[in-house]
Design a protein around this ligand. Structure first.
Ligand code: 5GP
Length: 179
């Protein structure tokens, strides 16, 4: 099916305001220390880029990327998540913040938290732009949340449909092109 943006769910301005508030929280939490911000490809790239630029100079920030994909019945608790691109930086002893676009079932973030714990991170936190709370299948702690949204498919601000629409500056719902 071909889809196009329908309505603005979260405006550019609202995103910017919330990103800045989260960055302030991160700055005060890690003040005088360092963090490794790990963006989950590809959807979190724009969020990560905006977020790190709002974190104050009192925090030493490094950036890393990794990729995960779910296979099998991803909406079931049995859904499996594979790490398809591993980080190359040293993780041991680092304060990791996983930066993700959306937490939906929670399966991806649960797997990612385990990955960093298994690799000796000093601490692990999760920062998501959007939380589809109603869809959660597994419990996973999320330390920083941008917005809680209803169970609707969204695109823009890094998030895609079929690798398209990531460039939209706001977050949109979608509808079929012929409607
Ligand atoms: P989960 O929490 O179910 O393991 O997976 C979350 C992932 O599903 C997100 O990182 C994102 O890639 C994808 N996802 C979930 N809902 C949406 C949505 O509304 N739009 C887009 N573009 N991706 C979504």
């Amino acid at each position: 099916m071909e889809l196009k943006p329908a309505e603005v769910l979260i405006s550019k301005e609202a995103i910017a305001e919330r990103v800045s508030a989260i960055a302030k929280e991160i700055t005060s939490r890690y003040d005088g220390g360092s963090v490794l911000m790990v963006g989950i490809l590809r959807g979190a790239v724009i969020f990560l880029a905006d977020l790190v630029r709002e974190i104050g100079p009192s925090v030493e920030v490094s950036i890393e990327f990794m990729k995960a994909s779910s296979y099998g019945a991803s909406t079931q608790s049995s859904g499996k998540v594979a790490i398809t691109q591993q980080p190359t930086m040293e993780i041991e002893g680092r304060n990791v913040i996983i930066v993700e676009d959306i937490v939906d079932t929670g399966l991806t973030l649960k797997r990612l938290r385990e990955y960093f714990a298994d690799h000796g991170a000093a601490s692990v936190a999760v920062c998501v732009l959007l939380d589809k709370q109603d869809r959660r299948v597994v419990d996973v702690p999320v330390e920083y949340t941008g917005f809680v949204i209803p169970d609707e498919f969204v695109v823009g601000y890094g998030m895609d449909y079929d690798e398209k629409m990531r460039n939209l500056p706001a977050i949109f719902t979608v509808r079929p092109v012929d409607e």
